[in-house]
Design a protein around this ligand. Structure first.
Ligand code: NIG
Ligand code: FE
Length: 417
């Protein structure tokens, strides 16, 4: 089946010249094309060609994209969307002066959501997650990562991973599950960290990969969660089992997580709000993606990660919502892109790769999605505007009109904003 995505005002290809990543000087060239169309065969991009040469083509279907802007399908590379319950009470406590860490220490935080997840059935969790995934699809997201990490027991972590995998099988977009059993210590192991580590390392890690429930493992390296030594143990075993690695690190305190992640050549290090200047060259030299989460800083009224310094030093930077009920109840990737301009001073030319090719790299999927290049999946976000600058100018809104996954329209907005 050959489809022609015809004559958009602009195509932002995020052309990588085969490198499948954007860093340093390559960031300024986002591959803007005008007067072109995209030819798709089945699920792949066959050609990107001038409008003048499309009349000769044999085509089964034409999709008219006049007065619209096409980007690669967005990649949301860090979410905790599979949760139950609400932490609005904690939001109000923070407004009265309590900090996120104080609330966590007092038994709220991740533990509060854990209780709600443990009290929810598979079916209830599926019902909660469905509209959240649909909401992401409506924003032009064609690849969506979702972590476990709110079960924190063998049974409940597997239950949560099964919920996420239900959508991996049944969703119109690609869902990427990540195992985050090392999110925090659950209350029953508060005085026996060793035993919980054993549960993760000896039981959950082998079970999860053997049963194909996740290909990546994540952990939270922080004073209130796992030490760098503990993460080192988890990553050593995970690597042996063939997992990809990601790490929540340098969010509130520097406890050595970034160094540990780089030692293990993690695919991504996420947060970095308090990264020390001395560590920037090490990450900049590596292939590890710095996933920045300005929504967390906004939601917690906390420091922003030093995006400019990371970019200027040649690091690979991605952006994500970190959507979760406690530190970023913001399921809106466009607002995150807008915060990245206003609060971290990133340019739109830096932001587009950060939510496409570089986010795909964080997930190890940059060879097949994240840019509009011949041979890649036909994953597109199509915007109701003629100028890509409007995408970040409309604060709080997504101008996405069509979401296209592997050449199929999986979302269509009928009304204009
Ligand atoms: O990415 N930092 C740890 N994990 C999440 C927060 C999860 C929660 O508060 O429920 C984060 O910010
Ligand atoms: Fe997170």
């Amino acid at each position: 089946m050959r489809k022609l995505f015809k004559n958009p005002s602009q195509i932002i290809t995020v052309n990588t010249s085969g490198k499948n990543v954007k860093r340093g000087k390559s960031l300024t060239d986002i591959g803007l094309l005008t007067g072109h169309s995209i030819l798709v065969e089945d699920d792949l991009i066959l050609d990107i060609l001038p409008n003048s040469s499309v009349s000769k083509l044999k085509i089964d279907q034409t999709i008219d994209l006049k007065n619209l802007v096409v980007l690669p399908g967005l990649v949301e590379c860090h979410t905790h969307a599979a949760f139950a319950g609400s932490r609005a009470n904690e939001f109000l406590m923070r407004l009265k002066g309590a900090s996120y860490e104080e609330i966590a220490k007092a038994g709220g935080g991740i533990t509060a959501t854990m209780k709600a997840v443990r009290n929810s059935s598979f079916d209830e969790l599926v019902k909660l997650l469905k509209p959240r995934i649909d909401n992401f699809i409506s924003q032009g997201i064609t690849t969506l990562e979702i972590k476990s990490g709110y079960g924190l027991s063998f049974y409940d972590e597997i239950k949560l991973l099964q919920v996420i995998n239900h959508f991996k099988k049944n969703s119109q977009i690609e869902i990427v599950p990540t195992f985050l059993g090392a999110h925090t210590y659950p209350p029953e192991y508060k005085n026996d960290h060793k035993l919980y580590l054993e549960l993760i390392i000896d039981e959950l890690l082998p079970y999860v990969i053997k049963n194909k429930l996740a290909e990546a493992v994540d952990a939270f390296c922080e004073k209130t969660a796992f030490s760098a030594d503990e993460v080192d143990k988890i990553f050593t075993k995970a690597k042996k089992l063939g997992y990809k690695l990601r790490l929540h690190t340098e969010q509130f305190n520097r406890v050595g997580g970034l160094r540990t992640a780089l030692k293990h050549k993690a695919d991504s290090v996420d947060h970095l709000e308090v990264i020390s200047e001395e560590e920037i060259p090490a990450i900049a030299k590596s292939e590890t993606v710095a996933v920045l989460l300005p929504g967390v800083s906004f939601f917690l009224d906390h420091d922003y990660a030093p995006a400019r310094k990371l970019i200027e030093n040649n690091a690979i930077v991605a952006l994500s919502t970190d959507f979760n009920p406690g530190s970023s109840n913001i399921p809106n990737l466009h607002l995150i892109m807008q915060l990245a301009t206003l609060k971290m001073k990133m340019t739109i030319e830096e932001i587009i790769p950060a939510v496409t090719i570089n986010a795909a790299k964080a997930l190890g999927l940059n060879g097949k999605t994240g840019s509009i290049e011949i041979g890649k999946q036909a994953d597109f976000a199509v915007y109701d505007t003629t100028d890509y600058a409007e995408i970040i100018y409309n604060i709080g809104n997504s101008l996405n009109k069509y979401t296209i996954k592997k050449g199929e329209i999986v979302f269509q907005r009928t009304e204009s904003l």
